[in-house]
Design a protein around this ligand. Structure first.
Ligand code: C2E
Ligand code: CA
Ligand code: CA
Length: 866
C-alpha cells in the first residue's frame, strides 16, 4: 500500500509537471546558447538549496558559496515540497553576429515568490521580484507562466540568478525561446484550452439547468464536481490568475489549497447518488460517507494548518479517496448495477489519460499530442460519457413518470367504469335488465319535481298468472319469458303518446321492472287522456297472449293507475296507490283501474297502526330478532344484527318495513331506536355472560343522527353496561347518508371518537360514488341483498360485486354481503375475497333464545368450519 501511495503521489507530481513538458534537447554546458533556426532550448542550470534561508544575492554572486552549486541533472529541477528557498544560476550567451531578443520562460505558474537577478560583467543590471503570490501587474510579461525578456548584443553574455521560494512543489522548468515562436506556441496552447474549458462549461450549465428543472441532486453534484475539476486544471495552469486573481494572489493560493478536498467531496457525493450506492450495500455507502467526511475535514484544515501541511494532507487524502471511488464502479457493476459500468468507463478514461501523460513525462512513452494532452482528453471524454449516462437517466425517469401518469389515468378510468357498472346494476332489475324499482321511484320524484302543475300518471302492470306459469315452466324459463315480455311492453311504450323515458348512465328505457311479476311506467296524464284511443289500443296489445317456445301463454296482465296530484304527491304513495288499483277487483275485470281511496284497505290499518305504535313500546309488544354474521376467513360467527319485530295483538307479526317509515315520519323513531339500543346492549351483556363475545349491529335511522344527544346517550349507556364500544356497530343506509351528508359526517365522526363502529347499509342501491364513501368515517360496507341475490341470475353481477369488494378494500372498509341464501353464493363470495356474510343460508333472524340454541348448535356441528 505504501508503494502504491508513493506511486500515486509521484503521479500527481507529474500531473503538475504536465505544464512544462515539451520536447527539447538538452545541452550539457551551463552556458545556454540558442543557435539560429532553433525555436527554443532547455536551459541547463545549477542549484543551491538555501536551507537556512540566510543567503543574500551578494553572498550568492560572490565566490563564497562556489563549492555548494550542484548541476540540475534532469531537464528541469524538481525537489518536491520544500519550505526553504532554492537558488539557480545559468548563463545566457549570444555567440552570433547580431543582437538577439530572447525570452527566458519558467513554465510552472504556481511558484509563490521569484527573484530574478541579471548580471553583466559581474554587475547587477536587472532585478525583478514576481511570483504567483505577488500582484500580476509586477510581471515583466503578463502571462500565467513567468517570462523574462532578455536583450543580448552580439557576443554578450549574461549571468542569471533565481531565488525561488514556494509552499508547493519546487518545480522549475526553464527554457530559452525566440520571441515569436514562443508567442505562437502560447497562443495555440491557449486556444486548445479555451475549447476544452468551453465544452466543459456548457456541460456544467446544462446539468445545472436540469437540476433546476428536476430538483435531483445528482445533476447538481455532477455540475459542481465537473466545475471544480475544471477550476483545478485551470488553477494548475494559472489560467484564472490573470483574469480573476491578478490583484489578489492570496485568494488564488487559497483556492488552490481548497480544491483537492472540494473535488473529492463532490466526486464522492456524485458517486453516491449516481450509483445509488445505498441500494446495493449499506457498508459501501458508509465508505462513501467516510470519504465525504474526510474531504470536509481537509477543507476545514486549510484554514487551520499552514499551506504546505494542508496541501500535503489534501493530496494524501485525495489519492486513496479517488482510488476508492474508481474501484466502486466495477464493484457495484458486479453487484448488478448496470450504470456502474458506464461510471467505470468514464473514470477509467480519465485515469488512463492521466497515466499516459504521467508515463510520457517519466520517459516511458514517446511524447506526442496524445500524451501531452492525455489528461485533458481523458477528462473531456469522462465528462461526455457521464453526461450521456445522465441524459439517459433523465430520459428513463421521464419515461417512468409518463408511464406512472398513464397508469394513474387508467386506474381512474377503470374505477369510474366499475362505479358506472355498479350504478347500473343498482338501477337495473337482475332478470329483465330493465330499470328497477329504486330507479323508477327516483325518476318519478324527478319528474314530479319538474312537473309545474301538469298531471302525471304512474302505471303498474301486474302479471297475474306469474306464479302459475312459474310453477309450470320453472324458474329459468319464466325468467326468459319475462325478459321477452319486458322487451315487448317496452317496444309498445316507445310508440305510446306521452310516455316518459327513463335514462340511466348506460341505458334508456320506457318500462321498469318493479318485481319479478310486475312492471311500471309513467306518462303525462293530459297527453294520454287526449289520446284515449291509442291507449286503449296499447292495452289491447298488452293483454294479447304471447308466443313462447311454441306455446301460447296467457299472462293476464292488469294495469293500475295513480295520478299526481289527485292520488298522491310522492313516488312511494303513487306507486303504492297504483298497485292498490291493480289489485282491485275492477282491474281484474277490465284489465285497468284508476286508484280510488275506497280501494285502499291499507289506509285504515295504517292510521290505527301509527297511534298504536306509540304505545307498543310500553305494552312490550316490540321484540328484537337477531341474525348472525359469519366471518368467511375464520369461519366463526363474529356478530349479530338486531332486527325489530312487532307482535301486534290483531295483525300478528308486523315487519319493520311496514312501520319504520311511519315511525320516522311521526318522530316515534327517537324512542324506538333508544329502546332498540337499550335492549341490544342488554342482550349483548347476556351473550357475553354465555361466553359469546361478539358484536351487535343496530339499525339507525337518519332521523336519529339529527338528535343532538344521541352520542351522549350512547356514551352513558356504554358506561353503565361497561361494554366495549367497539362491539357496537351502527348501520345507516347509503341513501340516507347521501341525502344528509353534513349531519351524517358530523355525528358519525363523534361516534367514531367514542369507539363505536359505523356500517353503510344497503350499499349499491344509492347513487353514491366510491369517492364520496372515502370521506365517510365508516368501518364496514354491507352490499345490498338485491345485488347479492342477483348473483344467481346474472353473470355480470359477479364482476360488479368483485370490483365493489376490491374498491371497498382499497378504501379500508370490511365488506359484508347480506341476503346470502345458499351455499354456492357463499363460495362465490369467498372467491371474491368478501369478508363477512349474512342471510337465510345461515339462518333467518331468530328470537334471543333460539339464537343461543343456534350458536351452541354451530359449535357442536361446526357447520361452516370447512
Ligand atoms: P336491513 O337492515 O337491510 O335488514 C336486512 C333485512 O333482510 C331483514 O329484513 C332480514 O330479515 C332480511 N334478510 C336477511 N337475510 C335475508 C336473505 O337471505 N334473503 C332475504 N330475502 N332477506 C333477508 P327485516 O327484518 O324485515 O328488516 C327490514 C328492514 O327494516 C331492515 O333492512 C332495516 O332497514 C329496517 N329495520 C329493522 N330493524 C330496525 C330497527 O330496529 N331500527 C330501524 N331504524 N330499522 C330497522
Ligand atoms: Ca341492516
Ligand atoms: Ca341491508
Amino acid at each position: 500500500m505504501k508503494e502504491r501511495i508513493e506511486l500515486w503521489f509521484k503521479l500527481l507530481m507529474v500531473l503538475t509537471v504536465l505544464v512544462c513538458g515539451r520536447a527539447a534537447y538538452a545541452q550539457p554546458e551551463l552556458e545556454t546558447f540558442l543557435p539560429p533556426g532553433v525555436d527554443h532550448i532547455v536551459i541547463k542550470a545549477e542549484y543551491l538549496a538555501d536551507e537556512a534561508g540566510a543567503f543574500s544575492i551578494g553572498d550568492i554572486a560572490s565566490n563564497n558559496v562556489q563549492g555548494q552549486w550542484q548541476p540540475v541533472l534532469e531537464d528541469y529541477a524538481n525537489f518536491g515540497y520544500r519550505h526553504y528557498p532554492y537558488w539557480y544560476r545559468f548563463i545566457i550567451s549570444n555567440a552570433g553576429t547580431k543582437a538577439a531578443d530572447q525570452v527566458i520562460e519558467l513554465k510552472y505558474p504556481l511558484l509563490d515568490s521569484i527573484d530574478y537577478y541579471r548580471f553583466a560583467d559581474n554587475e547587477l543590471i536587472e532585478h525583478i521580484h514576481t511570483g504567483d503570490r505577488v500582484p500580476f501587474e509586477q510581471r515583466p510579461v503578463r502571462h500565467p507562466y513567468f517570462m523574462f525578456p532578455i536583450h543580448l548584443e552580439a557576443g554578450e553574455r549574461n549571468e542569471i540568478y533565481l531565488r525561488i521560494q514556494t509552499a508547493g512543489s519546487q518545480l522549475v522548468p526553464l527554457n530559452l525561446w525566440e520571441k515569436i515562436p514562443l508567442f505562437v506556441e502560447l497562443l495555440e496552447e491557449d486556444q486548445l484550452h479555451a475549447v476544452y474549458f468551453g465544452i466543459v462549461l456548457v456541460i456544467v450549465f446544462f446539468n445545472l439547468l436540469i437540476f433546476v428543472a428536476l430538483r435531483e441532486r445528482v445533476y447538481l453534484y455532477y455540475a459542481i464536481s465537473t466545475l471544480l475539476f475544471m477550476t483545478f486544471f485551470a488553477i494548475m495552469r494559472a489560467k484564472l490568475y490573470p483574469v480573476i486573481f491578478s490583484e489578489t494572489p492570496e485568494f488564488h493560493h487559497l483556492l488552490l489549497l481548497l480544491l483537492p478536498g472540494s473535488c473529492l467531496l463532490f466526486s464522492a457525493l456524485f458517486t453516491r447518488e449516481f450509483l445509488s450506492v445505498r441500494l446495493y450495500s449499506r457498508y459501501l455507502n458508509y465508505l462513501v460517507n467516510g470519504i465525504v467526511l474526510v474531504s470536509l475535514g481537509c477543507i476545514a484544515l486549510v484554514f487551520v494548518l499552514d499551506s504546505q501541511a494542508s496541501l500535503k494532507l489534501s493530496v494524501l487524502c485525495a489519492i486513496p479517496g479517488t482510488f476508492i471511488l474508481l474501484l466502486l464502479g466495477p464493484t457495484l457493476a458486479m453487484m448488478g448495477n448496470p450504470i456502474a459500468w458506464v461510471y467505470t468507463l468514464a473514470w477509467g478514461t480519465f485515469m488512463f489519460g492521466t497515466t499516459v501523460t504521467a508515463m510520457s513525462k517519466q520517459g516511458f512513452l514517446p511524447v506526442s499530442f496524445i500524451t501531452e494532452y492525455g489528461m485533458q482528453i481523458g477528462s473531456a471524454l469522462e465528462v461526455f460519457i457521464l453526461n450521456a449516462a445522465l441524459a439517459y437517466r433523465f430520459y428513463r425517469e421521464h419515461e417512468d413518470k409518463v408511464a406512472a401518469q398513464e397508469a394513474q389515468l387508467k386506474e381512474h378510468a377503470e374505477r369510474r367504469e366499475a362505479e358506472l357498472k355498479l350504478l347500473d346494476s343498482s338501477m337495473l332489475h337482475p332478470v329483465t335488465m330493465m330499470p328497477n324499482r329504486h330507479c323508477f321511484e327516483r325518476q318519478i320524484q324527478e319528474v314530479l319535481g319538474e312537473r309545474e302543475g301538469g298531471r302525471v300518471a304512474i302505471v303498474t302492470i301486474e302479471v297475474t298468472r306469474y306464479a302459475e306459469i312459474n310453477k309450470t315452466l320453472g324458474h329459468q324459463n319464466t325468467d326468459l319469458l319475462m325478459c321477452e315480455v319486458a322487451q315487448m311492453y317496452n317496444n309498445l311504450l316507445t310508440r305510446s303518446p306521452g310516455t316518459f323515458r327513463i335514462i340511466g348512465p348506460s341505458f334508456e328505457s320506457w318500462l321498469c321492472s318493479l318485481d319479478n311479476d310486475s312492471f311500471g311506467f309513467m306518462a303525462d296524464a293530459e297527453i294520454a287522456e287526449a289520446h284515449a284511443k291509442d291507449i286503449n289500443a296499447l292495452i289491447k296489445q298488452m293483454i294479447q297472449p304471447i308466443e313462447f317456445k311454441g306455446m301460447r301463454l296467457e299472462l293476464r296482465p292488469v294495469l293500475g293507475v295513480a295520478i299526481c296530484p289527485e292520488h298522491g304527491l310522492n313516488a312511494a304513495t303513487l306507486l303504492r296507490h297504483a298497485r292498490v288499483a291493480a289489485d282491485s277487483s275492477d282491474a281484474k275485470e277490465r284489465y285497468l283501474s284508476y286508484y280510488r281511496p275506497e280501494l285502499d284497505q291499507y289506509n285504515a290499518r295504517r292510521l290505527t297502526i301509527i297511534s298504536e305504535l306509540k304505545d307498543a313500546i310500553q305494552k312490550e309488544e316490540l321484540d328484537l330478532y337477531f341474525q348472525p354474521k359469519l366471518d368467511l376467513r375464520s369461519r366463526k360467527i363474529v356478530g349479530v344484527e338486531a332486527l325489530i319485530r312487532w307482535n301486534h295483538p290483531k295483525y300478528g307479526l308486523v315487519r319493520p318495513d311496514d312501520f319504520i317509515p311511519m315511525a320516522e315520519q311521526t318522530g316515534i323513531i327517537k324512542n324506538l331506536t333508544r329502546w332498540v339500543i337499550d335492549e341490544s346492549l342488554a342482550y349483548l351483556q347476556r351473550l357475553g355472560e354465555c361466553g359469546y363475545t361478539i358484536n351487535m349491529s343496530i339499525n339507525v335511522s337518519m332521523m336519529n343522527l339529527k338528535e343532538t344527544d344521541l352520542v351522549g346517550f350512547l356514551e352513558e349507556r356504554l358506561a353503565e353496561t361497561g361494554l366495549d364500544a367497539a362491539l357496537l356497530y351502527l348501520e345507516l343506509t347509503e341513501t340516507s347518508m347521501m341525502q344528509h351528508p353534513h349531519d351524517a359526517i358530523g355525528t358519525l365522526t363523534k361516534l367514531g371518537e367514542l369507539g363505536v363502529k359505523v356500517s353503510v347499509d344497503d350499499f349499491g342501491t344509492g347513487y353514491s360514488s366510491l369517492a364520496y364513501l372515502q370521506d365517510l368515517p365508516a368501518n364496514e360496507i354491507k352490499i345490498d341483498k338485491s345485488l347479492i341475490m342477483a348473483l344467481e341470475h346474472k353473470e355480470t353481477s359477479e364482476s360488479v360485486i368483485k370490483s365493489a369488494i376490491d374498491m371497498c378494500h382499497a378504501l379500508g372498509f370490511s365488506v359484508v354481503a347480506e341476503g346470502v341464501e345458499n351455499e354456492p353464493v357463499m363460495h362465490r363470495l369467498m372467491d371474491m375475497d368478501c369478508d363477512l356474510i349474512q342471510g337465510y343460508f345461515l339462518t333467518p333472524p331468530l328470537p334471543y333464545t333460539d339464537l343461543l340454541e343456534w350458536l351452541r348448535d354451530q359449535e357442536t356441528t361446526q357447520r361452516f368450519a370447512s
